[in-house]
Ligand binder design. Sequence first.
Ligand SMILES: [Zn+2]
Ligand SMILES: [Zn+2]
Length: 243
Amino acid sequence: MRILRTLCDFILPPRCVVCEASTSGTSDPWVCMGCWTTVEFVRPPVCAQCGAPFAAPVEGIGSTTHRCGKCLLSPPSYERARAVGLYEGTLREVIHAMKYRPVSGLVRPLADLLSGQFAVHWGGRMPDALVPVPLHRLRLRQREFDQALDLANVLGQEVGVPVWGETLIRHAHTRSQIGLSATERRRNIRGAFRLQPEGSCRGRSLLLIDDVYTTGATAQECARVLRRAGAARVDVYTVARVG
Ligand SMILES: [Zn+2]
Ligand SMILES: [Zn+2]
């Protein structure tokens, strides 16, 4: 295997998916160390509910219960959403490469980011299960890769929480959410998910897993369906979030 890899590296040297620098001979053939160090982590203070970073520091906003205007105006259907980093720069490029090229070797480092901060966000209240936000079968076939499920599987192993990969299914083939406004996204996603009949959520504390939190429309719709099925609590955990 090593000889084969060396030969492949010689013919087609591995390059960082972000900056295209050669990663030949390093432990991560997909992203160079320099790029990993530029990941922008979400830092407090953040909205207690949706996790949006506040333009810090503002008097009184350091408290852990302060919610943003959006959440006060229309409270999300989930309890708390948290993301590891901002959907910018390296993280944006890496997630994009994982999804659209697609590079399955990028799942583990991204899941490692999730597990690295898992205790900070969820250690005090361990969820009963991780529920990946599902892709529609059609899109899955086009892409042959389900990034939320793969992230949840690796994370679940690392933190010892079961993964309910079959609980939520996406039965409506919604348009891509890219380029839609917050209201359009909510409308587009409404009714897109249902529960597998055997999935029992009653009284459970569930953690939704996805790669990116954009407007929260998808997470909110999933949380709404799970809560309606009796889940006691639904939280959201993503690798990155927009803004
Ligand atoms: Zn790089
Ligand atoms: Zn908020």
